[in-house]
Design a protein around this ligand. Structure first.
Ligand code: AMP
Length: 370
């Protein structure tokens, strides 16, 4: 059976066609600058029409849609019907930048291919196993409940995939393996995975908190917002733009790409040096916290653009933790091995390329089987 995976962002449509179990990629592509002047498509309808024309849809058994926010409603991939669409629409206030794009992808795909089952795969679903004490903010409980304020967590398909692959690499069953997964891409998050289930993650109600990212601040004191508003006179929209688009590595050193930060750091640029150390220290703080949450970790796994490709970040983030059983082997790390810890270290350190589209394809076929 063929499965088409669609990842509709606000201005792009990524697609990949799989032949399922085990998933093999048949075709993939990216349609960019959707809705922009001179872009690949005028809107999502045209973009998806383009996708449908460019792939061979004979034998298509399902379409899997990436949906960023499933709120508290979805703890697993779900076959899409009118009720599911309405529920995802109801979550737009929680994810105003992300859910509308997925919804337009779903609407167009359902219209073009009404007989093909469609499945929504949520970034938040994997984290629905985090216990109440890990998702509850210590704020007025009535306000929190009325406005659905809690930690949801994101990058769930990536953390789930990478945790399972880590167990496979170690030759252990996933349900007997504890892993701290570090997804370090343009967005970045950490996750504590206990026996295959997420029990803690660094993103929150939105994908803004936690680790330092390309252009997002990660954790800050919320009082910074009041101060920027009252004292500096910024509007709420300006503050949101600043913390999501011009913060993180971009804010600290004027570049959101870790390769450039590293280059400039080697050239002696103090802003790049500070950006690098702030970035790595934050990762270390979360690793320490999640070791405490798990009690025992079998492995720490790096993934995504920075995690997969930067030996420097991996070494700096876990430097000085040998008393906790964490020790990276320099040669393995620089060589790009999958297992980079030293033989004597109690906690294995792994580098595993993430594959969110493949995980979405697997979740899609599982939803149809269940
Ligand atoms: P992703 O969102 O997973 O595609 O990650 C994209 C980010 O990975 C880029 O913005 C870069 O900062 C980072 N990246 C990619 N290649 C490298 C590399 N060789 N060294 C350091 N960072 C890298």
């Amino acid at each position: 059976m063929k499965i088409l995976v669609l990842n509709c962002g606000s201005s792009s449509v990524k697609y990949r066609l799989f032949d399922s179990t085990p998933p093999v990629t048949l075709t993939k592509g990216l349609i960019e600058r959707v809705g922009e002047a001179g872009g690949d498509a005028a809107d999502h309808t045209e973009a998806l029409q383009r996708v449908m024309e460019s792939v061979d849809l004979s034998g298509l058994g399902a379409i899997g849609h990436r949906v960023v926010h499933g709120g508290s409603l979805f703890s697993t991939a779900t076959i899409i019907d009118d009720k599911v669409v309405a529920a995802i629409e109801g979550l737009v206030p929680l994810a105003p930048l992300h859910n509308p794009a997925a919804l337009s992808g779903i609407a167009v795909a359902r219209k073009l291919l009404p007989d093909v089952p469609q499945v929504a795969v949520f970034d938040t679903a994997f984290h629905q196993t985090i216990p109440a004490d890990g998702v509850t903010y210590a704020i007025d409980a009535d306000l929190a409940s009325r406005w659905q304020i809690r930690r949801y967590g994101f990058h769930g398909t990536s953390h789930a995939y990478v945790a399972r692959e880590t167990a496979a690499l170690l030759g252990r069953p996933p349900e007997e393996t504890n892993v701290i997964t570090l997804h370090l891409g343009n967005g970045a998050s950490a996750c504590a995975v206990e026996r295959g289930r997420s029990v803690a993650t660094s993103m929150g109600m939105s994908p803004l908190p936690g680790l330092v990212m390309g252009t997002r601040s990660g954790d800050i004191d919320p009082t910074v917002l009041f101060h920027l508003h009252r004292t500096a006179g910024l509007t709420l929209d300006e503050i949101e733009h600043s913390l999501t688009r011009t913060a993180g590595l971009q804010g600290l050193a004027g570049a959101n790409d870790m390769r450039e930060i590293q280059r400039r750091r080697h050239d002696g640029d103090p802003a790049a040096e500070l950006a690098f150390t702030v970035y790595c220290r934050r990762i270390k703080e979360y690793v320490g916290a999640y070791l405490a949450v798990l009690g025992h970790a079998d492995a720490i796994t790096f993934t995504a653009g920075v995690g997969e490709n930067s030996p420097e970040v991996r070494a700096a983030a876990l430097h000085g933790l040998s008393t906790l059983g964490i020790d990276i082997d320099d040669t393995r790390n620089r060589r790009g091995d999958r297992l980079i810890s030293s033989d004597s270290a109690r906690v294995r350190v792994c580098v595993i390329p993430t594959d969110e589209e493949q995980e979405i394809a697997m979740e899609t076929s599982k939803a149809l089987r269940d």
